[in-house]
Design a protein around this ligand. Structure first.
Ligand code: FE2
Length: 269
């Protein structure tokens, strides 16, 4: 790995990732001013009430201690469909449970270091099982996503949007038909087109395309870090405050180099 990212203008550095699934090393900000996590934060070992209790303990001990150990970094995060802890009322965004530099987004927003964020954990139903956290249908998605403010600096959702011609939300192919399987949210895409956030980061679909996609005036990016087998596969993505221009995203390809690697969008060797 090469050296730190050049930042001669001293711009805010925003590090984005999702789907760490309890791998605490990903919560190290590596000197970033803001760490954004787009869901699936805690480990999940079982799907029952025990899982929620164990996750709450993990958030209380592991997550909070990491946040407290990095007081110079603001942690902005939303849960994902694996994060049953996010359903616990005592862990609401205004709760004293959270350290001052922790900003939980639950269909809500915050302004940190002059940057505006809004985030949501909700995802479309996955198959017919109805067993995951924050699953909901189109009408609820439409209502929730239409609540985001106009012109955000960062939209943070666990689900990817369903974007025309994009595989940002694609998880393999349907066996027998060869048809790609897309799991993105159409209501989220509608809301992005209307509200025009500068950047929209998401996760959820580990094997979705990690290439940036320009949609209307928004740069959309899948920032999940593990592959479909939950092995490390992608590096967190880093942005500077103003250099990521939505109308000239080629510049960001040249400037944004992840952890200083020459291939910012490549897989971890
Ligand atoms: Fe995940």
């Amino acid at each position: 790995m090469s050296g730190p990212i050049e930042n001669p203008a001293g711009e805010l550095r925003i590090r984005c990732l999702s789907d760490l699934h309890g791998r605490k090393e990903y919560l190290d900000p590596h000197g970033a001013d803001i760490l954004v996590v787009a869901g699936d934060i805690a480990p999940l070992r079982r799907l029952d009430t025990w899982a929620k209790r164990a996750q709450c303990e993990w958030m209380a001990e592991d997550f909070r201690s990491i946040v407290a150990a990095h007081p110079g970094c603001e942690f902005v995060f939303t849960p994902g469909n694996h994060d049953f802890w996010g359903l616990e009322p005592a862990m609401n965004p205004n709760s004293s449970f959270w350290p001052k530099n922790a900003h939980l987004l639950l269909d809500s927003g915050c302004c940190v270091r002059g940057m505006t964020f809004w985030g949501s954990p909700i995802v479309p139903f996955i198959g017919s099982s109805r067993r995951w956290a924050f699953e909901c249908g189109d009408s609820v998605q439409r209502r929730v996503f239409s609540g985001m403010p106009d012109g955000l600096d960062f939209l943070v959702t666990h689900t990817p949007p369903a974007l025309p011609g994009s595989d940002i939300d694609c998880e393999g192919v349907l066996i027998g038909s060869g048809r790609p399987l897309h799991f993105g949210s159409a209501p989220l895409a509608e809301a992005i087109a209307e509200k025009k956030p500068r950047r929209a980061v998401c996760g959820h679909i580990h094997s979705g395309s990690h290439e940036p996609v320009m949609f209307c005036k928004t740069l959309c990016l899948n920032v999940s870090v593990l592959d479909a087998a939950y092995r490390p596969a992608w590096k967190p993505r880093e942005f500077f405050q103003d250099s990521l221009l939505y109308d000239n995203h080629q510049i960001c390809y040249n400037i944004r180099r992840g952890d200083g690697q020459d291939e910012p969008f490549g897989r971890v060797p």
